[in-house]
Each structure stands twice: as C-alpha cells, then as structure tokens.
Ligand binder design. Structure first.
Ligand code: UD1
Ligand code: CA
Length: 526
C-alpha cells in the first residue's frame, strides 16, 4: 500500500507533520477540589496545560486547537499567554470526549485532511517524542485510528483496549460499560490518539450518547472505523507515567515528583553534580552547567540558569535568576536576580528583583538587596540592606550598612562610586551620591553627597567623661574593675601616667578623628 506523503515533512526521516493537534481541556476536574481550573495547576514550573501544549506544539502541527469549557475565561487567558497561536474552541453542553473533539474540529478548516492528534490538557508528562512515534506508527500502519495504549497493573477507571486475535484493536470499552471479562483486560486507553481527519469527522457525526454516562465517547470512533473495514492500530507505550492524567491533588504531587526526578536526572546527565536528588527541585526550563554542585534542599525555579562550576545550596531557592560560571550561592533566596561569574552570595541572604551582582562581587551573610547594581568585585559582606542603589566596581559597604531608599512616600536612588569605602553601621539616606574613591566614616547617617577623595562623616564626636563610673556606679563590679585597671596602670613603671596616647596630636583634624579607616577595615573583616 502506498502511503500519502504530506508535502512538508518535519525531517526527511520523520513522519509528516500532523494536520492538527486537538487538546481536550474542557473537563470539570471536580476531584481537584480547587478554585483554580485543573489544567492551570503547575508542576515543574509550567501549568499542566502548558506541558500539554509544549508537547503538542513540538510535533509541528499546522493547527493547534484547545477545547475549553469549565473556567473557560481563565483557561483561555492562560492559553493566550503560553501559546498565543493556539485556537480556543468552546465545548457546548453536550458532554464527553467525543463531543469535545467535535468542538475542536469545528474551529479548524472545513474538510481538513491528514492526521489529527488528540491529547489531554491534564496529562503533563507526555513527551513530544511519544507523539511523533505515535504519528509514525499511525502513518506506517496506514491506519485510520491509532490508539496510544499502556499495560498497567490496575486498570480501574480506564477504558479497556479490546484486540482481535491478530492484534488489531476492535473496540475501546469504558469501565462503566465493560463486562466482568472486559474489566480484566490490563491494556488501557491513554486517551491519546492519531486519527485520519476525514474518518474522525465522519465517525463523530455517528457517535451517540447511548451509554452508561450519557456522554459522546470519542472511544466509539474505534468501533465505527472497524465497521467500515478501516485499520485501527494500537501503539503501546512502556513508560506509563507519560499517559497518566491528573485528577486530584495526590496525583498532582505524584506526577510533579516524577517530573522532577526526570528533570534532575537530565541535569546530572548534562554534567551537574546533584548531591541529594530527593531534596532538589528543578523546573523544566532551568539550565545547569557542567560540574556545578547542587547541594541538598535547593530549588532552581522558573527561567533560572546556572553556569558551570558553581556551588548552589544547601537550602537555596533561585527563581528566574541567572548565575555566572564559578559563582557560589549558599542558603539564599533570589528572585529575578543576576549573580556574576565568580561572585559569592550568602549564607542567609535575600536577593530581590533587579539585583545584579558583578563578577567576583560579594553579597555576604544576612544581606537583602533589591534593584541594586553591585559592580564587579564590589562587596556587601555583612548584615546590610541595599535597595535602589548602584554600587561601583570594587566598592565596599561595611557591616550593617543600610541604604534608606524609602522616606515613607517615595523611593530614591543611592550611588556609591568605584572603590569607595563605606564604614560599618552607616545609613545612606537616599537620594545620596558617594563619588568614586570616597570614604564614609563608620556609624554615619549620610544625607548629603560625598566628593571624590573625601571622607564623609555624619555623627557625634566621642567624648570620654573621666571617673564617671566611680561617681555614678560606685560599688558595682564595673567600678571595682575600673579601680583595679587604674591601679594596674599606676603600678606599671614603663607606662606613662596620662591615659592619652602620646603620638596623637592635641587637636587632631576633625575628620581624621572621626573616620578611622583602619578601625572600619577591622570591622569589615571581622
Ligand atoms: C477517558 C477515556 C478512557 C481513557 C481515559 C484516559 C473516553 C470516553 N474515555 O476517560 O477510555 O482510558 O480517558 O484517561 O474518552 N474532556 C473534555 N470534555 C468533556 C469530557 C472530557 O474536554 O466533555 C477532557 C477532559 O478535560 C480530560 C479528558 O477529556 O482532559 C478526559 O476526560 P475524563 O473525564 O478524564 O475521561 P475519562 O472518563 O477518564
Ligand atoms: Ca481522566
């Protein structure tokens, strides 16, 4: 028999593209017990429907229709986002997979020819390769209908695939309509098929609702095709996970875990070291470079990409975040952030959207950042908040530096120039600009700019009140310690009597006294 070859094959070896894929997603999904439409629940970073549409789209169909009904507007809006060229088809009040498919065909060109694939919007693990293999088996067998089947241990609830002695599929019978003997069959209908478009259209017109559920069954097309003497083939899939649908939240978690297991395994095959696959969650669109070590309890989500040779985790969640080669991100939460190559982040830090840490930069422990450009080699090592700020290359914000970006009404920007040094426990009250090569004295509350080479100081001068403890805390342990320390000083023959440091000028320059860079540096390194 000569097979009709379509003019536009996917590749020279592969089968023809399908004329259309019809994705059924009109079912109610009552067992989910959810306000969210069933097909909009997510695993692996995509909705169930998103997974189904990806697989469908990857077969290169001329048309893609999604049949909707329950929570129709929510589902249609989601389709417009994830696959804007898919056509939304509304199912009417007639129930059943057969009616749903008819409604799908109704939005496609009249007299459509070629192969129509039918899939479900709630079967997320189905791979595009499986659909392509089904298509190939279908065209190869010259079949009018090819059913994707699997052999399962417990077929309860599924339609059973009945075969002739020669192996051809004679009918699919639903659980509720099946005899005792038919229920013993373990080969089940996955609900995924390849149809000849004309056969499907004509047979659906004949399908009635005369069955236990009063629905128009798509499965009845099989017996109708057989009655016409057409070939109905079964294509068995060994990987049963791919045909499993989500009906409740238990299945959602089960399929989510299996999808994750597959994604993590792929990451390892692509060269990542995953220390504990069981506690590592990786969404399907994430990329992880070779020799990157992913430590336990780490989630890599959304459009996150991690370069090669990085260390991520433990206890880290990166969402839509880009990490350059050789970076280290430990016990961190990051959303829409960029971490440059060789940079280090954490532990216990929170990188909010718009954080961009330059190459070899550092965001240390207990630091929160937002809309913050932190330049190459710049450091925010300890206990800081940096929001709406630009930190120049090689700059250093001392421990506890806070960028006060919000005055209760508006948010303003702060910038710290290249190689500038902000002393510990400073508050930079935005808007404030610290030039390149400037210093800020520790403990300053800065409200004005600091020029190049200047030291900005904004705090009270220190004064020591001699004998304060003796007068105000007499008899306390502190007082006794003070008396002992003073007595020891007098007993030391080499020690000068006066407590002032001899090498200090009497009236030091005000700025020098306040900003003690050496002391700041010690704090920074502590
Ligand atoms: C269907 C098959 C059954 C198969 C099983 C696999 C029929 C008659 N039965 O059974 O042989 O083993 O799938 O999971 O086809 N849908 C609509 N509109 C409707 C009804 C359903 O779009 O009116 C969609 C649902 O959203 C879902 C899919 O079709 O994506 C399957 O519906 P479901 O009710 O789960 O079918 P089953 O009765 O389980
Ligand atoms: Ca189902």
């Amino acid at each position: 028999m000569t097979l009709p070859l379509r003019s536009d094959p996917v590749s020279s070896q592969g089968p023809a593209r399908p004329a259309a894929v019809v994705v059924l997603a009109a079912g109610e999904g009552t067992r989910m017990r959810s306000r969210t439409a069933k097909v909009l629940h997510r695993i692996g970073g995509l909705s169930l429907l998103g997974h189904a549409l990806r697989a469908a789209r990857a077969t290169g169909p001329e048309h893609l229709a999604v049949v909707v009904r329950h929570q129709r507007d929510d589902v249609a809006a989601h389709i417009a986002q994830v696959d804007p060229t898919a056509v939304v088809a509304d199912q009417d009040e007639v129930k059943g997979t057969g009616r749903a498919t008819e409604c799908g065909l109704a939005v496609l060109p009249d007299g459509l020819e070629g192969t129509v694939l039918v899939t479900y919007g709630d079967v997320p693990l189905l791979a595009a390769d499986t659909l392509l293999a089904l298509l190939q088996a279908h065209t190869g067998a010259g079949a009018a209908v090819t059913v994707l089947t699997s052999l399962v241990d417990d077929p309860t609830g599924y339609g059973r695939v009945l075969r002739d002695a020669d192996g051809a599929v004679s009918a699919i019978v639903e659980q509720k309509d099946a005899t005792e003997q038919q229920r013993a069959v373990r080969e089940i209908n996955s609900g995924i098929y390849a149809f000849d478009a004309a056969v499907l259209r004509d047979a659906l017109a004949e399908v009635t609702t005369d069955n236990a559920q009063g629905e128009k069954y798509l499965t009845d097309v099989v017996a109708i095709a057989r009655r016409r003497g057409l070939v109905v083939a079964g294509h068995e899939l060994a990987d049963v996970w791919q045909t499993e649908g989500v009906n409740d939240k238990v299945q959602l978690a089960r399929l989510g875990a299996e999808l994750n297991r597959r994604t993590v395994e792929k990451a390892m095959r692509d060269g990542a070291v995953v220390v504990d696959p069981a506690t590592t969650w990786i969404d399907v669109d994430v990329t992880v470079g070779e020799d990157t070590v992913v430590r336990p309890n780490t989630q890599l989500l959304g459009a996150t990409s991690v370069g090669a040779g990085c260390t991520i985790g433990p206890d880290t969640t990166l969402t839509d975040t880009e990490v350059g080669d050789g970076a280290e991100v430990v016990r961190t939460q990051a959303v829409l952030a960029v971490v440059g190559p060789g940079a280090s982040v954490g532990p216990f830090s929170y990188l909010r959207p718009g954080t961009r840490l330059g190459a070899r930069g550092k965001i240390g422990g207990f630091v929160e950042t937002k809309n913050a450009e932190i330049g190459d080699g710049a450091k925010v090592p300890h206990l800081s908040y940096v929001g709406d700020a630009t930190i120049g290359e090689g700059a250093n914000l001392g421990a506890g530096t806070i960028v006060a970006n919000y005055d209760g009404v508006t948010k303003s920007r702060t910038s710290v120039g290249a190689h500038s040094f902000v002393g510990s426990d400073s508050v930079l009250v935005a808007p404030v600009t610290i030039a390149d090569g400037a210093y800020v004295a520790a403990g300053s509350a800065l409200t004005g700019d600091v020029g190049p080479g200047e030291l900005g100081v904004s705090r009270a001068r220190q004064r020591n009140v001699p004998q304060w403890v003796a007068r105000r805390r007499a008899g306390t342990a502190t007082d006794r310690a003070a008396q002992a320390a003073l007595a020891a000083r007098h007993d030391q023959p080499d020690q000068p009597d006066q407590p002032d440091q001899p090498d200090q000028p009497d009236q030091p320059d005000q700025h020098d006294q306040h900003g003690d860079p050496a002391q700041d540096q010690q704090e920074e390194q502590a």
